[in-house]
Design a protein around this ligand. Structure first.
Ligand code: HEC
Length: 184
């Protein structure tokens, strides 16, 4: 949306549009922008029951993954507590994954779900990937537990946490590649 807006902005002067039309266009674009923003925030709202529950669990892991990812990209300062909370969230939610994908018509085909039918065709592989994800998250927890405070981190320990974190989030995408149909 931002790209679209800036494309329009850049082109207006060349078009020689009158001020009035520019104002009208601007309000229209702003309106569309607001509608899109609201729609994306409400993406879960058509979902209910088990689908909504698992989406919220995934979303919460996604939020932690972003927080920690930003630290390693230098966009946020390093914070050990956040890493510990992230690993705790990954383990806790990881353990609920098998329960959150029951083989029921609602779970398979309810509104908004991006769950692939492959989950139930290949349940063993799906739960094995959930197990692997939990193992990787425990490893992240263990590495983070060995460190004292963010201030005393040296290069080696930062590297260890970093690689444990990226291994855990690689496990997220390993599962998504096979079992999540992304609608966007
Ligand atoms: C064992 C498989 C598996 C693992 C591991 C897994 N996911 Fe997912 N994830 C899924 C499936 C399946 C869906 C689609 C669920 C649905 O739409 O009903 C999903 C959906 C999501 C969504 C979209 C939720 C929404 O609001 O629609 C996000 C974000 C997400 N996962 C993040 C993560 C992150 C981050 C991790 C790791 C920290 C992770 N997932 C680990 C299977 C997995």
């Amino acid at each position: 949306m931002n790209n679209l807006t800036s494309t329009f902005r850049l082109r207006w002067p060349e078009c020689g549009l009158s001020t009035l039309i520019r104002i009208a266009l601007c309000s229209m674009l702003c309106f569309i922008g607001v509608v899109l923003a609201v729609t994306s925030v409400k993406a879960h709202e058509g979902a209910s029951g088990i689908i909504k529950q698992r989406m919220e669990a995934m979303k919460s892991m996604g939020d932690y993954a972003k927080l920690v990812g930003d630290m390693f990209k230098g966009k946020a300062s390093f914070d050990l507590d956040t890493i510990r909370m992230a690993s705790e969230s990954f383990i806790r939610h990881g353990q609920t994954i098998p329960m959150q994908f029951p083989d029921t018509p609602e779970s398979r085909e309810g509104p908004m779900t991006e769950a692939s039918p492959a989950i139930w065709d290949d349940w063993q592989q799906f739960t094995a990937l959930a197990e692997q994800f939990i193992r990787d998250s425990r490893q992240l927890e263990a590495v983070a537990a060995m460190l004292q405070t963010s201030e005393t981190l040296d290069d080696t320990s930062t590297r260890n946490v970093r690689s444990a974190f990226f291994k855990a989030v690689k496990s997220c995408s390993n599962c998504h590649e096979n079992f999540r149909l992304e609608h966007e």
